[in-house]
Design a protein around this ligand. Structure first.
Ligand SMILES: [Zn+2]
Length: 157
């Protein structure tokens, strides 16, 4: 049996916050505002995985008003959902994701992100695709005000 899920996530970018994407600290004068480490990429993947499991969304499982999840690493949240999938006899086939960020350029950090994600999802590196695009100076991403990510994930029993 195959199951597919889609997820997306957006965080406002503010000064004085670290920019964390795919579990990698990306040097930047601005970072994602929000609960936990505001890792939009891992949040989108967590939602995609929950979607594939038909288990609601990240806010249902890890409410942002619950102190238990304050400042928790997003890799921990994704790991917990991977565990839920494994418990149901499902494993990840592949994941594809796109990060929307105006700056900085993410290419130097892509391999580290993919390695982190492959380890969390318990898959080989070629099963993890992460792409990056800018907003062409247009919308909130393009104005440097936000970071977004989209992910699609395939599970197989
Ligand atoms: Zn988020």
């Amino acid at each position: 049996m195959f199951r597919i899920g889609i997820g997306n996530d957006t965080h406002r970018l503010v000064e004085g916050r670290p920019l964390v994407l795919g579990g990698v600290l990306v040097p930047s004068d601005r970072g994602g505002e929000g609960h936990s480490d505001a890792d939009a990429l891992l949040h989108a993947m967590t939602d995609a995985l929950l979607g594939a499991l038909c288990e609601g969304d990240i806010g249902v499982h890890f409410p942002d008003n619950d102190p238990q999840w304050k400042d928790v690493h997003s890799s921990e949240l994704l790991s917990r959902v991977v565990w839920l999938a494994h418990e149901r006899g499902l494993h990840v086939v592949n994941v594809d994701a796109t990060i929307m960020l105006e700056r900085p350029h993410l290419r130097p950090y892509m391999l580290s992100m993919r390695e982190n994600i492959a380890e969390i999802l318990a898959v080989e590196l070629p099963c993890v695709s992460v792409k990056a695009k800018t907003g062409e100076g247009l919308d909130a991403v393009g104005q440097g005000l936000a970071v977004s990510a989209q992910a699609v994930i395939l599970l197989e029993s």
